[in-house]
Ligand binder design. Structure first.
Ligand SMILES: [Zn+2]
Length: 232
């Protein structure tokens, strides 16, 4: 075998190993307030072409680190689940066979290595808040979930449908938003499906890519600040 071929194979092996390990290791930040508090898990960047949730949650981590913000809950934040997809602005994990994390929440399959890194945080959280982006507005564009807050509550948690509806009604920046009453279907093997099956409270926040990044980040700020600072 000539040296050049060997070198190319070696480079390909290094790229493969880098992707295998790095794409599967999301940053996990925990902010413990009080062991008895409710545990809230934030997840962003599941789809790499939906950047606002990831940007917002990374900013939130910096804020929690530097400003000593007081929040009422124990927070776990996973800002960039699909690290490599976010780098390439690509929906899927750009792995050997690209795949959609949010269609593979079951304990088997190609995503096992990635999800096993944070599944315990999901199982131990009282409520999971999952941030995505839609291409349009659910209010106007059939087939898009964009601009919506969809909650499913089995347990008496920090928020409920009434809280979400009030939040949308009282904030002008959320005037295009819809809520669970708009009857959204659960996607099979999504995180929402996993949470429902396992009796976990779950909120799906969908901004819309029709809004500018600046507006999307402001919308997330209004929603998430309201969530983590409310009295219980
Ligand atoms: Zn998404």
């Amino acid at each position: 075998m000539n040296t050049l071929l060997l070198l190319i194979l070696l480079i390909l092996l290094v790229i493969f190993l880098y992707n295998y390990y790095k794409c599967n290791e999301p940053l996990i930040y925990t902010h413990t307030q009080n062991m008895d508090s409710i545990s809230v898990l934030f997840i962003g960047g599941t789809h790499g072409n939906e950047q606002s949730g990831s940007i917002y949650l990374n900013n939130l981590i910096n804020k929690l680190k530097t400003e000593k913000t007081i929040v009422n809950y124990n927070l776990t934040i996973i800002p960039s689940v699909n690290k490599c997809g976010l780098m390439l602005n690509c929906r899927y994990v750009p792995y050997v066979i690209p795949y959609d994390i949010n269609r593979n929440y079951k304990p088997y399959g190609i995503n096992k290595k990635l999800i096993s890194n944070y599944i315990d945080y999901i199982n131990n959280a009282d409520i999971i808040i999952d941030i995505h982006e839609g291409w349009g507005y659910a209010k106007e564009n059939k087939g898009s979930l964009g601009a919506g807050i969809y909650g499913y509550f089995k347990n008496k948690s920090l928020i409920d449908d009434r809280f979400i509806n009030k939040l949308i009604k009282n904030n002008k920046i959320l005037d295009k938003f819809v809520s669970t009453k708009n009857n959204k279907q659960t996607i099979k093997n999504s995180l929402e499906d996993y949470c429902k099956t396992n009796g976990k409270d779950y909120v799906l926040i969908e901004t819309s890519r029709k809004d500018s990044m600046d507006v999307r980040l402001k919308q997330l700020d209004v929603i998430i600040s309201s969530l983590i600072n409310i009295e219980i």
